[in-house]
Design a protein around this ligand. Structure first.
Ligand SMILES: Nc1ncnc2c1ncn2[C@@H]1O[C@H](COP(=O)(O)OP(=O)(O)OP(=O)(O)O)[C@@H](O)[C@H]1O
Ligand SMILES: [Mg+2]
Length: 257
């Protein structure tokens, strides 16, 4: 079977000016290839600065690659074609607070992607918005709320609602649970698992928490300094990590998510 996502030699080099004439190259992501099957979850783990967010940004289209290809359902995604991927690949960020507009109601924020990406009329958009709020465990009444009227967990649910409202095939979550306290975190994990089984989405899930990764992921990829160090089934990597670096990531449970 063809994978949903097929990433080939994806590379990101940042060029930074250092001094008057010198330029410093930062290889944030060295040529990276992997696939994700439909309905499956790939977790990405790695130390700070290992390239996790760079990879997430490249896949979601927020960052332009230096080289390489991203193929979704057999179709090459073009770096500058935002519309082409906006419908199929959506991001959820760590900081729900910062990713929501404080001046717009929840209803308006959810409708925005529908206005830009679909031909739905106002009534249909409203129906879809209410349905999506319910899918993430919120109520139709939350349409008229502003972000500051909601709890951190509810705001993260709104971010997830905004991510799924266009029925994407792939959700990319960059440390989306890191700032949540443990009971809210457990609820959001269960929500993500329920949504995945209902909507058959694939996830790319960046997390520093071995516990969450074991719970959510099918496969795990370990990044070190922009390189894939190990990649395989979660049980295989967790039971028999081949590198000390991986072992230490799997032991770190301090304040991680
Ligand atoms: N816009 C940029 N310009 C220059 N260098 C960058 C830029 N963004 C990231 N980098 C560098 O690329 C490398 C990878 O960064 P990235 O944010 O992808 O790591 P990360 O694994 O997400 O780290 P963290 O765990 O801290 O979130 C780092 O060395 C970082 O300093
Ligand atoms: Mg990051």
């Amino acid at each position: 079977m063809k994978p949903l996502l097929d990433v080939r030699d994806l590379t990101k080099t940042y060029v930074q000016r250092s001094g008057l004439f010198k330029r410093k190259k930062i290889e944030a992501l060295k040529p990276t290839s992997f696939t994700v099957e439909a309905g499956k979850t790939l977790a990405i783990m790695g130390a700070n600065g290992s390239g996790k967010s760079t990879l997430a940004g490249l896949i979601s289209g927020a960052i332009q690659p230096s080289q390489g290809q991203i193929i979704l359902n057999g179709q090459v995604l073009h770096a500058d074609n935002y519309r082409q991927r906006a419908q199929h690949i959506r991001m959820v960020f760590q900081d729900a607070e910062a990713s929501l507009n404080p001046h717009l109601t929840i209803g308006d924020q959810l409708e925005e992607p529908l206005r830009f990406n679909t031909g739905l009329n106002q009534k249909q958009r409203r129906e879809r918005t209410i349905h999506t709020l319910q899918q993430v465990g919120l109520l139709a009444e939350h349409m008229v709320f502003y972000p500051h009227m909601m709890s951190t967990g509810q705001k993260q649910r709104v971010s997830i609602a905004r991510a799924i409202i266009l029925n994407p095939q792939l959700l990319v979550a960059d440390e989306a649970l890191a700032t949540l306290d443990s009971s809210v975190r457990a609820q959001i994990i269960n929500l993500l698992l329920d949504l995945q089984s209902d909507l058959k989405m694939s996830y790319i899930f960046i997390s520093q928490s071995p516990e969450i990764v074991r719970h959510l992921a099918d496969d795990v990829m370990i990044l070190k300094e922009g390189d894939i160090l190990e990649h395989g089934h979660v049980d295989d990597i967790f039971n028999d990590p081949q590198h000390r670096y991986t072992q230490s990531l799997l032991l770190s449970e301090l304040n991680s998510a």
